[in-house]
Design a binder for this molecule. Structure first.
Ligand SMILES: [Zn+2]
Length: 395
């Protein structure tokens, strides 16, 4: 089987490179994915996916096979922006190709992984997809701004719950089994306004925030590593206040916090940690996790809580073992297993919904979001091979 997969993947190399270069030429920043989704849909139809549809949020779902067991290969099709164009050596939207490397925004994160996943469907079609499996390839939206939101929609509104999810984000062809989570918090203090000329008559909410900021700084130093994901962190990212005028004492103040979550740290534990700070107790400050209403390119509005749970798979989990076996069989060497530094849709598939999830993708993590965004042709082919071998290993 190894040779057969290798041979079909090699025969598809030109097609997958051409397709990736084309979708790089279609800008698709988060919330503006419509054009790229339409183009990817066409490709899925050309390849012969059995069902191809766009859900009301705008995610593209392609299904190959008709088995009861749904195995998902997820790739987000949105990208971050370009930043300062002068820092780019290549045009971010031309799909440049030199010495077997494809350049441009999204090449690495992660139109490359998506292209390989879509073409893995073609390999499986030629070999014959196992009877008991339906391969679901998703081109999901909004990941760069609100990772996981697309999957909250697919699972809760679309009523599709895969048995397992493989994220195709760049991993340098290593198996990834987790990542730190993150959340936002808002700490709010109240005061009483008075004229700025007689502050002693009021109660200044900003002064109540000051000791809390110092406690947060100390708290960050006390957080320690609880797992292979590394240490959790906390930092202040904004201070806001209200007052009837700039000549009046502030009657409310709020501190915005960014919290990165490691093993065992949850939304509740992190909120309680803040509520238990002496400075917060003294002034009876409130702590909330913000909620936002997000609009996708289709106009659908969907709420999201600013909480993206950490996730980590046991290395002995059967899904991780299957991935290791598929890698070993396909490439005749042992797979490297590790965790991602960045955040992915796994925050919902595994973190929120506890669906077994792993990651594997072409491209190096360090090129993501940089003006050097790139992926090698060789990686694309290897990823394609791995995805096909992995699905066949699961049958
Ligand atoms: Zn990504």
């Amino acid at each position: 089987m190894k040779e057969k997969i290798e041979q079909i993947a090699e025969s598809l190399k030109e097609d997958v490179v051409k397709f990736l270069r084309e979708i790089i030429t279609i800008p698709s920043m988060s919330g503006k994915e419509e054009a790229v989704i339409q183009r990817i849909k066409k490709e899925m139809e050309k390849i012969g996916y059995h069902k191809v549809r766009i859900d009301p949020m705008g995610n593209l779902l392609g299904i190959m096979g008709s088995g009861k067991r749904i195995i998902a290969l997820d790739g987000h099709c949105d990208t971050v922006g370009v930043g300062n164009p002068d820092t780019w050596e290549f045009d971010p939207f031309k799909g440049d190709y030199h010495d077997n490397i494809i350049y441009g925004r999204g090449a690495c994160d992660q139109k490359g992984g998506l292209a390989s996943a879509i073409y893995a469907g073609k390999i499986l079609k030629e070999i014959g997809i196992p009877d008991n499996i339906s391969l679901l390839v998703t081109a999901s939206v909004l990941e760069e701004d609100f990772e996981g939101l697309c999957w909250q929609y697919i699972i809760n509104e679309g009523k599709i719950r895969p048995e397992a999810v493989l994220l195709t984000e760049p991993s340098n062809l290593q198996i990834k089994i987790g990542q730190r989570g993150r959340m936002e918090m808002k700490v709010k203090t109240r005061g009483i306004s008075s004229h700025g000329s007689t502050p002693e008559r009021g109660e200044n909410a900003i002064y109540k925030i000051a000791p809390i900021i110092r406690d947060i700084e100390q708290l960050n130093k006390k957080l320690h590593s609880k797992s292979i994901l590394g240490k959790g962190t906390i930092t202040a990212t904004d201070v806001m206040s209200t007052a009837p005028s700039l000549c009046a004492v502030a009657d409310s103040a709020a501190l915005h916090l960014d919290r990165r979550l490691t093993g065992g740290e949850t939304m509740d534990s992190s909120v309680n940690e803040i509520l238990n700070l002496p400075s917060v107790k003294t002034v009876d400050a409130g702590v909330t996790v913000p909620e936002y209403n997000i609009k996708s390119y289709t106009g659908l509005v969907y709420p999201v809580k600013a909480y993206y749970p950490m996730w980590l798979m046991e290395e002995t989990h059967p899904l991780v073992r299957s991935a290791e076996r598929a890698y070993q069989e396909q490439f005749s060497q042992k797979a490297e297993v590790g965790v991602w530094a960045f955040s992915t849709n796994g925050v919902v598939t595994k973190g929120g919904e506890d669906i077994p999830t792993i990651g594997f993708g072409p491209g190096k993590e360090e090129f993501a979001h940089t003006p050097y965004d790139q992926v090698s042709e060789d990686d694309l082919v290897k990823a394609m091979e791995f995805y096909a071998a992995f699905i066949l290993e699961l049958k």
